[in-house]
Design a protein around this ligand. Sequence first.
Ligand code: IPE
Ligand code: IPE
Ligand code: MG
Length: 241
Amino acid sequence: MKREKNKKKEIMPVHIAIVMDGNGRWAQKKNLPRIEGHRAGLESVRKIVKAADKCGVKCLTLYSFSTENWKRPRVEVEFLFRLMEHRLRTECKNLCKNNVKVNFIGRRGQLPQVLKKTMADIEKMTGKNTGLNLVFAINYGSRQEITDAVKKIVRSGVPEKDVTEELIEKNLYTGKIPPPDLIIRTSGEKRISNFLLWQAAYAEFYFTPVLWPDFGEEDFLKAVGAYGRRKRRFGGIKNGN
Ligand code: IPE
Ligand code: IPE
Ligand code: MG
């Protein structure tokens, strides 16, 4: 693998997850309706997917809609789903061409039919791609994910002695994805907002005041650079400290 040849790349995160926050405030600052912030936010998505792919990240997870985001006005929620559906459909060819594999995590049941269909289509169309694994968390909530995993395990009738961390992990929506090495949150908020609670056990966090629609390749590389300077210990000790 290329990553192993290049010493500088050894400290690259394999999996980056991003809480893309600040669309509303970005629009507010410009006296625009909140939905314009979401529209502008999609441009950042495009830029960051490209940047992640370019620097050899294997997996990129983007928090796009939380289970708590249903509390927002219906028009905003509907606009977000329409925007996602449209963009996924129009970007599909491009993602395929770039060997990107797309997956979704979250509860799909409540999502609009047309969005669910586009999600299934794009997963199928990109399923065999071997490049960047791009994961969208849509109607995602980590507590719901853990609850769903427990339900699945109970339903399968596994005896108590066989309930292990590995089994729980396997039953999360992220069962086939490695845990995030780096979690970025934009817009200055320093919280996790029900995102990847289990998976983030040993993730590095990077918080930036930059609002998501203003977050570009340079900001992304800054976060990756900061990650490279962190000392991950996983509870052990490293070089004597
Ligand atoms: C993030 O931006 C996008 C979603 C949560 C869908 P926000 O819409 O939360 O923007 P702020 O936090 O209100 O600025
Ligand atoms: C988290 O952002 C969810 C997404 C980015 C999709 P929110 O804006 O919903 O989070 P809170 O409400 O500020 O915690
Ligand atoms: Mg927000």
